[in-house]
Design a protein. Structure first.
Length: 138
């Protein structure tokens, strides 16, 4: 049974479904969630910087605030992490280790095979390199 599940979210419909699914798992196990968002992919650059905080950080906080609102009243122990910069898949894999997670539930962006090859599918990279069970939600 999974007791500490990492749920990377990016504000897409698939990531919200992944969060709902993970909620069900930890409610059964009495476990906890680590909800994270990575605000800057390996090819993205900040488009606005104001008083030291980029637009990406602002967007990331909005995503985490939405997750917090979604989990309110469910009685689930949850940690929220905002990761700024870096490779998204590598950040997810590192967080699994840092937060002692025993599973990952993440949404699929639904890219086709060719687009996934050229752009790199985060869910595929996590699935191939994780040391814990990974569940991908469509």
């Amino acid at each position: 049974m999974l007791h500490r599940i990492l749920v990377p979210i990016d504000g897409t419909e698939c990531s919200w479904r992944a969060l709902e699914y993970a909620c069900g798992l930890v409610q059964l196990s009495g476990g906890s969630l680590v909800v994270m968002t990575v605000t800057k992919g390996q090819h993205a650059e900040p488009v606005l910087a104001a008083e030291g905080e980029s637009l990406f950080a602002h967007i990331g906080n909005e995503v985490l605030d939405s997750a917090n609102a979604m989990l309110a009243g469910k009685g689930i122990d949850c940690t929220y992490l905002l990761e700024n910069g870096g490779n998204v898949a590598a950040s997810i894999l590192q967080t699994v280790q840092d937060e002692c997670c025993d599973g990952v539930v993440l949404g699929s962006r639904g890219m086709g095979v060719l687009e996934g090859i050229f752009r790199g599918s985060v869910s595929q990279l996590v699935l191939e390199n994780a040391t814990v069970p990974v569940t991908i939600i469509k």
